[in-house]
Design a protein. Structure first.
Length: 160
């Protein structure tokens, strides 16, 4: 996966075998690949840096929390809360997996089209959940207080 926008590429990492990944870099994951892991992650207690929930026009909402490591420049762990929508939970989980271990600047470049490309088989009518997941994640990044990040909104991005 190459991340568009933000001036850089993020090399695609396969999902770890312990998380159900098979190491195939070129194969997009399915919603069910991420949903079960996402259910477990969203039940965890929030991490130290937590943002307010973002919601969309469909009545869905999501909020992310982050734990930093390495002096605050790297994401050590990501948690989230999301409404009970299979697609939204799967997008939030995949975003959490992709962001963990990355620098704040690199994670800020993850986009909704990146998430859509990551999960195969999502109907076009539900792909807007990726925009909500990214908006909620970027709110958590903004809560980190790192002024060097460029957190530009995408067209149609969910608002608080």
């Amino acid at each position: 996966m190459a991340v568009s926008g933000g001036g850089g590429d993020i090399a695609q990492r396969p999902a770890p075998a312990c998380c159900g990944g098979n190491g195939n870099v070129g194969r997009p994951l399915s919603v069910s690949d991420c949903f079960d892991r996402g259910l477990r992650r969203r039940r965890r207690a929030p991490l130290p840096i937590e943002a307010h929930a973002r919601s969309d026009g469909n009545g869905l909402s999501a909020a992310f929390s982050i734990r930093l490591r390495d002096g605050g420049g790297t994401i050590g762990d990501v948690g989230f809360r999301a409404d009970t929508c299979v697609t939204l939970i799967a997008y939030c989980e995949r975003l959490a997996e992709l962001a963990t271990g990355r620098s704040l600047d690199t994670a800020a470049r993850l986009s909704a089209p990146d998430l859509v490309a990551e999960l195969a088989g999502v109907p076009p009518l539900k792909q807007d959940r990726a925009t909500l997941a990214v908006a909620a994640f970027r709110a958590a990044l903004a809560a980190c207080g790192d002024g060097s990040m460029s957190l530009q909104s995408e067209p149609g991005e969910a608002r608080p």
